[in-house]
Design a protein around this ligand. Sequence first.
Ligand code: GDP
Ligand code: MN
Length: 393
Amino acid sequence: MNIHEYQAKNLLKSFGVSVNEGVVIEKISDFERKIGTLRSGSYVVKAQVHSGGRGKAGGVKFAKTKADALEHAKNILGMTLVTPQTGPQGKLVQKILVTEAADIAKEYYLSFLIDRGTCKYVYIGSTEGGVEIEKVAEETPDKIAKIFVDPVGGFKAYHAVDMARALKLDDTVVKELISIMKGMYDLFTQKDASLVEINPLIMTKEGHLMAIDAKVGFDGNALYRHPDILELRDLNEEDPNEVQASKFDLSYIKLDGTIGCLVNGAGLAMATMDIVKFYGGGPANFLDVGGSASTEKVTEAFKIILSDPNVKGILVNIFGGIMKCDIIATGIVEASKALGVKVPIVARLDGTNIEQGKRILAESELKIIPASSMKEAAERVVKEASAHGHSSR
Ligand code: GDP
Ligand code: MN
């Protein structure tokens, strides 16, 4: 789960990391009243959407006066921001953060996450922080420093001393770096984060370190034990189908192909996406209905696939183990009746109660194309979807 910049900064602040002050505004009419609590004479107006790269896309604007800040606020609030991370459809800006402008002497990059390769935590730092960090990582990886932390020992001050050396920081700010890195560590470990990133971490003209942008992501599987974090969830920022799927405990991830896949088991779902690709198609989604889904759950899963306008064909690939084929078949029939399916469906069912499952589909009057193997099913659905795509254009 991701959160907004202002929420990430509030959390970091509560863990002792210094950030620049700001106010969140959802309605322009609140501007005058809210901005009154800020001290500085210059401001930065920032779109609050779950995406990086806002600056380059016009979602971060510097303002020398309050009047300029108001102008930027009016422009940014309600705009659709398109960044390399949002996809071409962009994201509607429903909240802005207006901060006190910081005086920047230099921008650094600093993040904290798990390094799976070494089974350790790692701090990643760079002297080349700011809006070009992806380019730095790609073109000059030697400018990226990594400091590993053994999870048994945890964070120690010397990790910060090592990082300060790598970033060529003055001795005078090592203490500040220690509290920043300790705060990142504590936030990460106490709240089950998956990423804590500060970009840029700045050296102010007065010679202090400060976070002026932050991104924090959390491990979805651990959210049940952090109700305070779950409260920060903003459903406006998530794909509506993914939100709907999570209500029914379905693992659904939207992708950009045209073949809707309804599968049970994550492994079979991965294999299904692979074989669809192999036959020249692209999966429209990853969907695992789980090992023991009810008819209701299958119906919901089918509805979610059907609501994606990109879907030109559906591949049902089910191996009935704990899951029974008749349950799946009933779910498909119910959902199709309710929604009126216009795209071709290819179904490969096997396993427990296969005969009942086949009978339910055959008696349903739906035009479901049966397939006896995964290979046959994938090949067929790609062909049918491409024919359907042309005819409906
Ligand atoms: P991002 O583009 O989504 O990563 O948004 P950031 O919050 O990182 O802002 C992008 C860039 O705007 C930063 O790298 C800074 O160069 C600049 N910026 C952001 N806040 C301030 C500020 O308070 N003062 C100054 N001088 N520049 C800022
Ligand atoms: Mn940034």
